[in-house]
Design a protein around this ligand. Structure first.
Ligand code: NAD
Ligand code: UDP
Length: 344
């Protein structure tokens, strides 16, 4: 019998890439759960449904216990559902904590009863308020450092951390935890004022500003650094994970790319250059970049991680996974997609 896999949060950025890859590379039967499937409209059309009877769409909230029970009946459960845009961590702390702790642990408890393998999406932000030091963050020995309660930025990281600890403590649960390091690619987040409101994550915010001919905003001078990972590498990671279940059980994995580290200011300069090349214009003709403080941009309670350097050794050793795609390629692909999708 083909395996069954549930993707909770299937309609999101990562989920929408994974579901297409699962369709083309496996014979799994897929239960896709989300509140919103706008990224998968093409797969929901009746003709596509006839071609892909292996997908069942379930437009429901994972907070509902009936949905939790249905999901946990699958052999493998991937939980991607979350509120995970930093601009929401300050004003919506309760919803952020419920989404990243309360709901995931109910699903984890249900998976323990059915013996489903739970692949839980946590975050590289569990490492917290990292300094600008270059030490790689290790899954099983690095400390987690979060700011005070008044800095609500950390509501998400703390909720993810607690859900990881809870999951690891549930008897008889087969689990794996994934900690993404800033995945980037087409269909990330939204364009403010067009198909979403608020502030999306940096790739989508910069891409949106470029397409709208607006200034790129550098928060706190764009001094913070991130290691970016192409979404196509993240898709490969999933297949490495699925290929090595015994090695993956009871383990947390960083998914990152050491080669793709740069400051947010450097990212802005690089994206302006790539965008100008796509449009056949000079970067100097684009509006100048603008600096703003974190609290002025995101609101009171915003703090930042200054640097996040993943140790990538464990994913290599246990799953034979190494991210390979250079940032330049990932940004070109993403920006072309943003220009084509929103340009008109
Ligand atoms: P996303 O926001 O694009 O996708 C999340 C999806 O979950 C959305 O489609 C949303 O509608 C859905 N969802 C939210 N609440 C739900 C609910 N109650 N019931 C059903 N569906 C619900 O985010 P993403 O970038 O695809 O991230 C997926 C996971 O990976 C999240 O758990 C996130 O915390 C984690 N993560 C991602 C990154 C990254 O670089 N993209 C970095 C760190 C962690
Ligand atoms: N950032 C920025 N300008 C923007 C959006 C984000 O300077 O328009 C900065 C943000 O302050 C952080 C980094 O870019 O230092 C990455 O932010 P993102 O929201 O993508 O997610 P994070 O990695 O902080 O979870």
């Amino acid at each position: 019998m083909p395996k069954t896999i549930a993707l909770v949060g299937a309609g999101g950025f990562i989920g929408s890439h994974w579901i297409r890859a699962l369709l083309s590379r496996t014979d799994f039967r897929i239960l896709a759960v989300d509140l919103d499937f706008h990224r998968l409209i093409d797969l929901q059309k009746s003709e596509a449904q006839k071609e892909n009877p292996r997908i069942t769409f379930c437009e429901n909230d994972i907070a509902e216990s009936a949905v939790v029970e249905k999901v946990a009946e699958c052999d493998i459960v991937v939980n991607l559902a979350a509120i995970c845009t930093p601009s929401r961590y300050m004003d919506e702390a309760i919803a952020v904590i419920e989404s990243n702790f309360t709901h995931p642990i109910e699903l984890a408890k249900a998976c323990a009863k059915t013996h489903a393998w739970l692949i839980y999406f946590s975050t590289s932000e569990v490492y917290g308020k990292t300094s600008s030091a270059a030490e790689p963050l290790l899954e099983d020995s690095s400390d987690f450092v979060q700011g005070p309660i008044t800095a609500s930025r950390w509501s998400y990281a703390v909720a993810k951390q607690l859900s990881e600890r809870y999951i690891a403590a549930i008897p008889h649960l087969r689990w794996s935890v994934v900690r993404p390091f800033n995945f980037v690619g087409p269909w990330m987040d939204f364009m403010p004022g067009v198909d979403g409101e608020g502030i999306p994550r940096v790739l989508a915010n910069f891409s949106s500003a470029l397409v709208k001919n607006e200034s790129l905003i550098l928060v706190n001078g764009g001094e913070a650094k991130r290691s970016f990972t192409a979404i196509d590498d993240a898709v490969e990671f999933l297949f490495c994970l699925l290929a090595h279940p015994e090695a993956a059980y009871s383990q947390a994995f960083n998914v990152g790319n050491l080669q793709n580290e740069l400051s947010i200011r450097e990212l802005a300069i690089l994206m302006r250059k790539i965008y100008a090349e796509i449009k056949g214009i000079s970067p100097e003709t684009l509006p100048p970049m603008r600096e703003i403080s974190g609290e002025d941009y995101y609101g009171k309670g915003y703090e930042d991680s200054l640097r996040r350097v993943p140790s990538i050794e464990k994913a290599k050793r246990l799953l034979n996974f190494t991210a390979k795609i250079p940032l330049q390629n990932a940004l070109e692909k993403s920006l072309r997609w943003f220009v084509n999708h929103y340009g008109a």
